[in-house]
Design a protein around this ligand. Sequence first.
Ligand code: SER
Length: 318
Amino acid sequence: MAKALVIGAVGQIGSELTLALRKKYGGNNVVAATRKSEFPPEIAASGPCEYLDVADKAKMKLSMQRHGIDTIYQLAALLSATGEKNPDLAFEINLLGLKNTLDAARESGVKRVFWPSSIAAFGPTTPRENTPQRTVLEPSTMYGVTKVSGELLCQYYFLRYGLDIRSVRYPGLVSWKAEPGGGTTDYSVAIFYEAIRNKTYKCFVGPDTVLPMMYMPDAIRGTIELMEAPAEKISVRTSYNLAAMSFSARELAEEVARLVPDFSCTYEPDSRQKIADSWPKSIDDSQARRDWGWASKYDLRKMSEDMVSNLRLKLLGK
Ligand code: SER
């Protein structure tokens, strides 16, 4: 029976991915790991949980061997804005942590690894419209540096050691279950929370800022589909471009205002504006579509309607 380990299982992606994997493969077959001190009740109750730090390769190895792990999802990371506050820590967790995980994996007989890259792998010199799969990768953030380096490390471990590592460059991810922390695209989540709570939001990027985004259910489904695809279909061993929708902060605010009466949005760009301006506006994901059948399901309208109805229930109980 396949057994998976999710490292970073209480983060924005990990908390939803862990539950989706447990639903699909059985609770006991998916070990949730974090270095934080608490597991959310839904994760604590639905399968095995462990405290692991990506800095501790020996402990990760022990855990992989003890549970007979054959698949790893390595999601532990600092996001772009937090990474700029502490570049050393971002390098240690995002890149040295990835290397420790890959080493522990190949020394423990793990067969397959998932690791997320990001639109942050691109930079100011990358073509910003319909950004191609193969293009300039000169990011200006430490987060982006760890993503480009991580992509190359994943490809190297595949070529050198035959470790079947798969990766996608996620756009900004929008979700209502766990909030993101410290990312540049966080405004596209925070706007929904603030609209429901206070009917107003002060956006930290300007109204004309356009970025590629994706709703979490698409991201989770895409991740599982990529991991289930036959190895011969995977032609990209760095990381696949993945896209769903692109919108400006103003278009997002207009959509929220349509669903939340009396909502108003103001704009006060801060240091994250510069990061947003260095990333693509839209992404060409045709390689992922061709290779393993990727197709998004949510656009801005469908996502916003789902976000608002779920957050009304979560925050207001109605
Ligand atoms: N959502 C991430 C961030 O904003 C990008 O991968 O940092």
